[in-house]
Write a protein that binds this ligand. Structure first.
Ligand SMILES: Cc1cc2nc3c(=O)[nH]c(=O)nc-3n(C[C@H](O)[C@H](O)[C@H](O)COP(=O)(O)O)c2cc1C
Ligand code: SF4
Length: 650
């Protein structure tokens, strides 16, 4: 036999064996499923109803837990189940199932429920399994999603309902859909929960006929363990892993959340004024407050940043001190819109922020926002009294903020009264650094002079921008490019802010450089992403955090590409941040002028005359210039070094 025909025979044998094994496996599985579905009930072994939560960041889990305790208090005991700890082959044994399920990326379920969801889909599509597999089961599904995702809104919940029905289960209530960004989530869930209880107790909603509670929530079942082992369904779920989120502990929110008995709809979801809802619902409020934000009214926030505290203690300011001369202890971090139109992978709020494509919420007065922000900010500054290193002089200065970073979270230019708000700040001699996410070009065009206007340039190509920012807008790329064009028309200082995520966007130097010519920014800030702990929503690890040397190399490569149009002007090693500046504007006779003459800026604004970025620039001190041995650290401050937790580059 020739060697080629031997190889062909061996291949054939291998294929036949694999096929045989596959069919044996499939037919054993099928037989098992059919046996399970046809077995008679065993009244001796009542089986609890199962309350599944399919959750990635904890919202569905929190709601399910809330319902679980309510059912328990009504003597309707259910078992709370995380599908990752559940064997779907046991589904045919179930008689009563409630599911609270969220939807993620383009209609996908959270990772932890993938096997469970796939199992149902596979079984429903397997003609041999038939439509009787779950015929003893009654069920209801609640969907948790965001209406901002339009077509894929709550598709996981709807698909689950379809598959369960295809497999013969009887749906006792239609799918209810909660919208986390529509402000209705709690209300809809409350409504669904009430109907579930009514059905369980045999109320009118039970459109399959009988009240389920009459047959006992601990419904009858069989000992289905064909393999002779003990039925292990009563596993305790209490030890399940918590969704890791140091910043957003939805467990706590559940505690603070509305109680079924005492709260009405308005209290639960914020007041509705003239048909407009509060942007910050109680759930989002509790989450943000836990992260240290002070919420102002219904859509704004203020927070004291760690650099403000650091400079109050004389331990150094943030990179904006080195690059532009802001005094970090006199800087207030705030936003008039906690909502934005992205769900960026590095969003440090772990996606509890409201999202929307336009302003659809109740609107607070800009004067009230500014006054309250200053009031809350100064209260937080006062709390620093007595902290080691805080001198009375710096504390007094801190009580009169001179800068406002409108970049805290969210998208400040979504706020329709942003210009009035900026005016209010400038009138108080507070300079403005405003960061926009490059999704609202028309709003950028309408902006009045800002001390320094930033556009976040999170990626350089359409695909990577989609992957990193996860924008809501279908035309996000056009919006992004139009935002850069709008920036070009601005006369005051403009900045591209690049956040480098190693392995995601650090390779695209050419593509980034091409973006320079569109917006022609005065400055390009290049910063390594900050690692805020991992979460189910963000796949970032410490490996994605670039070293300062990586950021420097990237910046120098960009400068080289620009053929001298931009040069590396400053660095702040501590923040892993580097500044490129336009040489023809900000390098005069070999001296950098990246700092700001703030008084001059306010004079220019007050004058009402047109002015440009050159009119209020100031000389950069030598310690802040790129290559200085201080690494951008002000020698007047005391340095404290922090250990970094991942291994340095070899
Ligand atoms: C990146 C991302 C993608 C999302 N995709 C969808 C979607 O396609 N459809 C939907 O209805 N909701 C979507 N959402 C909204 C989530 O369902 C919502 O945040 C929900 O509260 C998550 O619930 P969980 O915390 O129980 O996982 C998405 C959220 C994020 C952050
Ligand atoms: S733009 Fe900012 S606030 Fe919005 S998701 Fe991204 S990081 Fe979070």
């Amino acid at each position: 036999m020739s060697s080629s025909s031997l190889r062909a025979r061996l291949t054939l044998v291998a294929i036949l064996s694999a096929t045989t094994f596959y069919f044996i496996y499939k037919s054993r599985r099928l037989n098992k499923l059919l046996r399970l579905s046809l077995k008679p009930k065993n009244p001796e072994n009542p089986r609890k109803g199962k309350l599944f939560f399919i959750s990635q960041t904890g919202t569905s889990k929190t709601l399910a837990e809330r319902l679980h305790s309510h059912l328990t208090s009504l003597d309707l005991p259910f078992e709370l189940v995380d599908p990752r700890n559940y064997e779907p082959e046991d589904l045919p044994k179930e008689t009563l199932i409630l599911i609270v399920a969220s939807t993620w990326d383009n209609g996908k379920p959270p990772e932890t429920a993938k096997f469970f969801v796939d199992w149902l889909a596979e079984s429903a599509n397997d003609f041999r399994v038939g439509s009787l597999l779950l015929s003893r089961c009654k069920f209801a599904v609640f969907g948790v999603g965001s209406g901002a995702y339009e077509k894929s809104f709550n598709v996981v919940a709807r698909d689950l309902s379809n598959k369960m029905r295809e497999l013969g289960a009887a749906e006792v209530l239609p799918v209810f859909e909660g919208d986390v960004d529509g402000g209705e989530l709690d209300v809809v869930f409350e409504d669904w929960s009430k109907r579930v209880v009514a059905v369980l107790k045999g109320g009118e909603d039970d459109h399959v006929g009988n009240g389920i509670v009459d047959c006992d929530v601990g419904m009858e079942s069989d000992d289905f363990d064909d393999d002779g082992g003990a039925d292990d369904d009563e596993d305790d779920d209490d030890d399940e892993e918590e969704v890791e989120s140091e910043m957003v502990d939805l467990e706590d929110i559940a505690g603070k959340g509305p109680s079924r008995r005492s709260k009405n709809v308005a209290e639960t979801n914020g007041k509705v004024t003239n048909g407009k809802r509060d942007m910050v619902t109680p759930v989002i409020r509790a989450s943000l407050e836990k992260q240290g934000y002070k919420i102002i009214g219904s859509h704004s926030g203020v927070k004291i940043c760690r650099w403000t505290k650091s400079q109050l203690r004389g331990r150094g300011g943030c990179y904006k001190h080195s690059f532009y001369g802001i005094e970090s202890h006199r800087c207030m971090e705030a936003t008039p819109s906690l909502a934005c139109a992205n769900k960026c992978v590095f969003c440090w709020r772990h996606h509890t922020n409201p999202v929307g494509k336009s302003w659809q919420w109740k609107m607070d007065d800009p004067l009230v926002i500014v006054n309250t922000a200053i009031d809350l900010h100064t209260k937080m500054i006062k709390q620093m009294k007595g902290v080691p290193g805080v001198t009375q002089e710096r504390l007094n200065e801190g009580l009169t903020p001179r800068h406002c970073a409108l970049s805290l979270v969210g998208e400040p230019i979504m706020y329709p009264e942003i210009n009035t708000l900026v005016d209010e700040l400038h009138q108080r001699q507070i300079s403005t650094f405003l960061v926009t996410n490059a999704q609202f070009p028309d709003k950028i065009k309408l902006l009045k002079p800002i001390t320094q206007l930033y556009v976040s340039v999170d990626a350089a190509t359409k695909d990577s921008l989609k992957a990193i920012d996860r924008p809501l807008f279908g035309d996000f790329w056009e919006r992004f490019l139009d935002s850069l064009k709008a920036l070009r028309e601005k006369q005051q200082r403009t900045v591209y802010r690049l956040t480098l995520v190693k392995g995601w966007n650090t390779e695209d130097i050419d593509a980034y450089f091409q973006l320079f010519s569109i917006g022609s920014p005065d400055f390009v800030e290049i910063k390594g992403v900050t690692y805020c702990g991992s979460s189910a929503t963000s796949k970032l690890t410490m490996e994605n955090v670039p070293w300062h040397s990586d950021v420097k190399a990237f910046s120098e490569a960009l400068s080289l590409k620009s053929k001298g149009e931009y040069e590396v002007a400053c660095e702040h090693a501590h923040s892993c941040c580097v500044l490129l500046a336009k040489t023809d504007k900000f390098k005069v006779d070999g001296q950098w002028y990246t700092w700001i003459d703030y008084e001059k800026f306010h004079d220019l604004v007050t004058s009402g005359r047109p002015f440009n970025s050159n009119d209020y620039m100031a000389a950069t001190p030598s310690w802040a210039v790129y290559g200085a041995e201080e690494g951008g650290f002000d020698p007047d401050h005391t340095r404290y070094r922090k250990e970094r937790n991942h291994k340095p580059k070899q």
